[in-house]
Design a protein around this ligand. Structure first.
Ligand code: ZN
Length: 207
């Protein structure tokens, strides 16, 4: 989950945001959000956790693209904070959510622990953010309904990327790749598709 400072910034992430911003669906219902910013954790120089040949930054990017596809098909405008294997600063990721009104920010990560027996899915929101807690609860309950692992719950956490995001924001830790079983299934496309469907379902419940 930790991120390192990089000596450069990526402008393309901003361009991606502009390109995907203005989709309007005729007849769409009133929403409590206009756009979902999906944030694949890590990228580029920052690989995130690496276990059993599985690298977090690759899992998060694939998962984020799957979530985007599902929401796009439902007519919900989405933006990815990165679309390729590049490093994007945490504040820059948050800024993509802060630059327009009524956005949701959903960051996806995979966890690791030195104790390889640790497993489970958990969702974080910034302390005091009631909307973050509600969104996090929806996502976490969808995930725990369908995925057999330990439900580690919805918890407040002073994570930098959540602190920098002004609107509703959550960070989902989709399992521990330091656990062989969770690493193996996280490396499978079918499993990431289930994660994507449940996270998208949680987001849609928030409407
Ligand atoms: Zn991470």
């Amino acid at each position: 989950m930790s991120a390192h400072a990089a000596p450069f910034r990526m402008v393309f992430a901003l361009l991606a945001g502009l390109a995907a911003g203005a989709i309007l669906i005729p007849g769409a219902q009133a929403q409590r959000f206009n756009k979902v910013i999906i944030d694949p954790g890590h990228g580029g120089l920052d690989g995130g956790s690496k276990w059993y040949g599985v690298t977090e930054k690759n899992l998060t990017l694939d998962l984020a693209k799957r979530i985007k596809k599902i929401l796009d098909d439902k007519g919900i405008p989405t933006v990815l904070t990165r679309e390729t294997d590049v490093y994007v600063e945490l504040v820059e990721r948050a800024e993509m959510a802060n630059s327009s009104k009524d956005t949701l920010f959903v960051s996806v990560h995979f966890n690791a622990h030195r104790d390889r027996s640790v497993t489970g899915i958990e969702t974080f929101y910034y302390p005091g953010s009631e909307q973050g807690r509600v969104l996090g609860s929806y996502i976490q309950s969808e995930l725990s309904r369908r995925i057999a692992t330990r439900n580690r719950g919805v918890k407040p956490n002073r994570l930098k990327v959540l602190e920098a995001t002004k609107g509703t924001a959550v960070l989902v830790e989709c399992g521990f790749i330091s656990n062989r079983w969770e690493a193996q299934r996280s490396a499978s496309a079918w499993f990431r598709q289930i994660l994507a469907e449940e996270i998208a379902q949680g987001i849609m419940r928030y409407r």
